[in-house]
Design a protein around this ligand. Sequence first.
Ligand code: 3HC
Ligand code: NAI
Length: 692
Amino acid sequence: MTEINSVTTLVQEGDVAVLTLNSPPVNALSAKVREGLDLGFKQAIESDAEAIVLICDGRTFIAGADITEFGGQMAGPSLQDVQATMENSPKPVIAAIHGTALGGGLEVALCAHYRVAVPSAKVGLPEVNIGLLPGAGGTQRLPRIVGVQKALEMVTSGQHVPAQQALAMGLVDEVVEEGKLREGAIAFANKALAENKPLVKVRENNAKLEEAKGKPEIFAEFRKANARKFRGFQAPENNIKAVEAAVTTGSFDEGIAEERKLFMELMMGPQSAAQRYYFFAERQAQKIPDVPDDTPTRPIKKVGVLGAGTMGGGIAMNFANVGIPVTIVELKQDALDRGLSTIRKNYERSRGADPAQTEKRMSMLTGSLDRADLADCDLIIEAVFERMDIKKEVFAALDKIAKPGAILASNTSYLNVDEIASVTSRPQDVIGLHFFSPANVMKLLEVIRGEKTAKDVIATSMKLAKQIGKIAVLAGVCPGFIGNRMLSQRQREAQKLVMEGAMPWDIDRVLYDFGFPMGPFAMSDLAGLDIGWVKENSKGESIRDVLCEMDRRGQKTGAGYYDYDENRTAKPSPVTEKIINDFIAKSGRNPRKISDEEILERCVYPMINEGAKILEEGKAIRSSDIDVVWVNGYGWPVYRGGPMYYGDQIGTAKVLAKMKEFQGAMGDDFKPSALLEKLAADGKKFSDFKQG
Ligand code: 3HC
Ligand code: NAI
């Protein structure tokens, strides 16, 4: 065996040279890996081997370029040089794929003459998710194999294509037995030699592009069909343009030049910087300084859920989906029946619903009216009404029922988890697991650490979140935790702006254009204005009261802040406008013209300021955790990184100056946090802040 460099080895087995990469965790194409590939291929070509297999050790084939290198100077051989060496090799090169061949990893594999994979392997070009496009020939080679339509879908969605499907698409040439990749790849190489298979260069295959030349409308149609999904993002459009260049330019090299230009445009732009930041933010959020990775966890084999309402049902589905049985306890039979039938409908209505799957998942769920049935659960999640007295009664009862070591969790949105824990004899086992609605869909899970919550309970919750496909963020106990606490700031300002002369649709438009999926008033209409509204107590004291009293309770009644037509298309409502103007007149104020800039700053800066308070109180570990909450739970556009990242881009000094200006004009709703003052004074960013 020859050690090429610290991450690459070369051995010869019969006629086949095997070049092995071993650069944990994911064999990303760092300078060292590129160097190993460059030297290794050159040496293999010079050796007396007849064919070359490229394979990786560890959990995966190359998962892409090394994202940490982006934005800085690249050292060592370029990826393009490595690819040229592979493609021009006079001996067949076979890429052997397991795990995920992603981005630059797949682009390397596409320069091999053949690709083999194990059934569990996946391939894809996910660069779009970090605001980029495949910049090492992916947009030019992929359509030459899978055709333009499929290539457009793959590069703009970043989807990971399973091996069998990749085989059917021609992206992979053979699927070999699981666990036998090395043997399979060597056998394939020997077969290629025996059959004298040609050295296939994907770049020379133009048939699929010729087909697309006769259908130029394919690009316009693709753009139109996906306009909503791509709104605000730059990367999808550049990805489309790069694939388009494969068809419209005269040669592969011209296409590559265009790909390069479009790639660099994205790489230098603010969106990709934000999305790359966010990629690492999400992974960082899993790291808790005093709960290291090797903290023991408790086995969770059975889950209990209390309450089969909006949240309880969705929460239960998460566990059923991964084969963990759930007992759901309700107060009354009709509520239980309703809850279970909603779950069934959700399964039946989900995309690609398969009746057998639905039955399998439903079979994981057991309904009950008796809390004692939760005695054998390893984790019990309470999702009953949001009232402290009720939560306390429930937890005191659970304390008597649950087996020793069971985790007792609350899905409360705002309430004090320590107070809830205080009624039990085991506060160390109590934690908040704050799911978001709809709980079976939304990715975010705020994990609320109580004062006494045990470390293994935290570690178990974080791990379990990953198992059920959630992105967990740890937060401390405070009203509304991270997300809702910051949201309250935005909601307050939105309401105040309306009383000063901005119409709900003005505010919604500004936030929509900023990149949110919808503004706060459209959101209220969707959720229902009557959440928490009690008819008997309503005295027309707020705009919402009056709207509800008029039975304008949102989309479900055809009217709320907006008027809705039969297709649920929203139109600004003259009725709402009059109600608002009457309220303003009653308050003795004069409505004023409010600029879009003020709307945005009034809605967003107090949120950033609240985020700073959350940090200084130690309720979030780091500013990027707050960003993960907002991107996953509240639709903050990922191409703006998150509220704290956005604040850093504007600059803490500028955010502070604006908060002070607003404070001078409108009072202490805008009082800057001490942390914001300090960071601004020191010329620092939120991302510089470290707890302790
Ligand atoms: N560069 C640098 N680090 C990377 C990386 C990459 N491309 N991909 C993953 N990592 C790191 C993660 O930050 C994490 O580090 P940590 O342990 O210190 O937190 C570690 O590898 C493990 O990653 P995950 O926690 O995400 O592990 P999973 O097993 O859940 O997922 C994965 C593995 C599917 C490979 C996932 O990490 C992933 O999607 N990675 C990014 C893939 C990607 O975007 N590739 C394209 C890069 S851009 C490119 O190739 C440009 C080219 O066209 C020129
Ligand atoms: P919901 O009103 O839809 O459901 C609550 C259910 O709990 C009802 O079916 C009720 O019959 C049942 N219930 C009440 N007391 C019970 C008891 N003692 N034992 C068993 N079941 C009991 O309420 P929703 O919206 O599901 O909220 C539940 C919890 O989740 C609340 O704490 C809420 O703050 C929180 N939450 C709600 C979100 C939402 O968007 N609806 C989002 C995140 C958290």
